[in-house]
Ligand binder design. Structure first.
Ligand code: PLP
Length: 377
């Protein structure tokens, strides 16, 4: 029986009041006042010129591929160690993923491996800030600029993390957020597109509204709305935005609770890690992390599996993470076998994520720490 889950979604207490207000308004469909509130909260807190809520991070990634006009014959650089949505977004448009290995310290895309994978067909780099620790963006941005290719930040983990003082999600032309229940801020299922290049603003609104200029119509800028481009239905219900508003307004509380839990793990597991050749997360000097997860890198695949079973014996659910994309059935169809992503293969086998969620009690955390501390490699 699971006594301590890997994740337990957290509600701040204000969600129902805001949903009640949306019901009373009454406004159930998308782009009502709750959605506008969330846009303003994200834009103001991050200093982003435009944020658009979406139905998921996956859909914000798909919008990014559409906005960048990625199509058949194009190549897109993606780390092998990421979620399939990042690759699917442009594979759906007929483009090919080019898998790049990760750095052993942050598990982020290895910026030194990017340039040699760029060809005349490369359109973009879709990167992820793993665990909310920023990629080496100065290097990546300059490589991308040199070759005239776009950078999309999959920032599902990293909302309110920073790189050299700048918020993650403000560094590429486009960035995406996830509000899935496993993320720092949630409305169950949801996401956002952050637009750092204003030339995308108008088309992003159209793609999100089924290829119509309905957003301009609602603002009174055109006197009717019609089909003007491709698109889909990427906007969430205002009821979900009402839920999310409560979460975003509690940003400081949520982040400080997560910060505290993270620091306790790091402190209390340090000597166990050292004695057992286990590596704890590394946050580089350029970065302030977002406190999204706490992982350990075990010395071997076997010790990782053994620790999972050991914790399961105490009713504690700890989980591994991404399977290397280049070796997945889809990745192999794109020649993934030749990708040369040895760090990804090694670390994916050894990584374990411990229970980590907003609202985790200190007693729950002590039980996890005690159970981990009782494990010998
Ligand atoms: C969770 C996650 C996604 C998918 O988010 P959804 O909102 O569920 O679509 C994409 N990328 C990364 C890195 C994630 O962690």
């Amino acid at each position: 029986m699971i006594r301590i889950p890997f994740n337990r979604p957290f509600a701040t207490g204000d969600e129902l009041d805001y949903i009640r207000a949306a019901i009373a308004a009454p406004k159930f469909s998308g782009d009502g006042s709750s959605t506008a509130q969330c846009h303003a909260l994200l834009e103001q807190s991050l200093g982003v010129q435009k944020a658009l809520l979406t139905t998921s991070c996956t859909h914000a990634l798909e919008m990014s591929a559409l906005l960048l006009d990625i199509g058949p014959g194009d190549e897109v650089i993606v780390p092998s160690f990421t979620f399939p949505s990042a690759a699917n977004a442009f594979v759906l448009r007929g483009a090919r993923p080019v898998f790049v290995d990760i750095r052993a310290d942050t598990l982020n895309i290895d910026e030194s491996q990017i340039e040699r994978r760029i060809t005349a067909r490369t359109k973009a780099i879709f990167l992820v800030h793993y665990a909310g620790v920023g990629c080496e963006m100065d290097t990546i941005t300059s490589v991308a600029q040199r070759h005239g290719i776009a950078v999309v930040e999959d920032n599902a983990h990293g909302l309110y993390g920073r790189y050299r003082g700048r918020y993650l999600g403000t560094l590429g032309q486009l960035a995406t957020l996830s509000f899935h229940e496993t993320k720092n801020f949630t409305c169950g299922e949801g996401g956002a597109l952050l637009i750092n290049d204003a030339t995308f603003n108008q088309r992003a609104e159209i793609l999100r509204e089924k290829g119509t200029d309905r957003s301009r119509f609602f603002r009174g800028e055109v006197d009717k709305y019609t089909w003007v481009d491709v698109g889909s239905s990427y906007l969430p219900s205002d009821l979900l935005a009402a839920f999310l508003r409560a979460q975003l307004e509690h940003r400081d509380q949520i982040q400080s609770m997560r910060h505290q839990i993270w620091e306790v793990y790091a402190r209390e597991l340090a000597s166990w890690a050292e004695a057992n050749s286990v590596r704890l997360p590394i946050v580089t000097a350029e970065c302030e992390q977002s406190y999204h997860m706490f992982y350990v890198l075990m010395p071997s695949f076997e010790s990782r599996q053994a620790l999972i079973s050991h914790l399961a014996g105490f009713g504690i659910l700890a989980v591994f993470h991404y399977l290397p994309l280049h070796l997945s059935p889809m990745g192999l169809r794109f020649g993934g076998r030749q990708s040369d992503c040895l760090v990804t293969e090694d670390l994916a086998d050894r990584l374990l994520r411990l229970p980590f969620f907003t609202g985790m009690s200190s007693s729950e955390q002590s039980q996890v720490i005690e159970a981990v501390g009782g494990f010998r490699c």
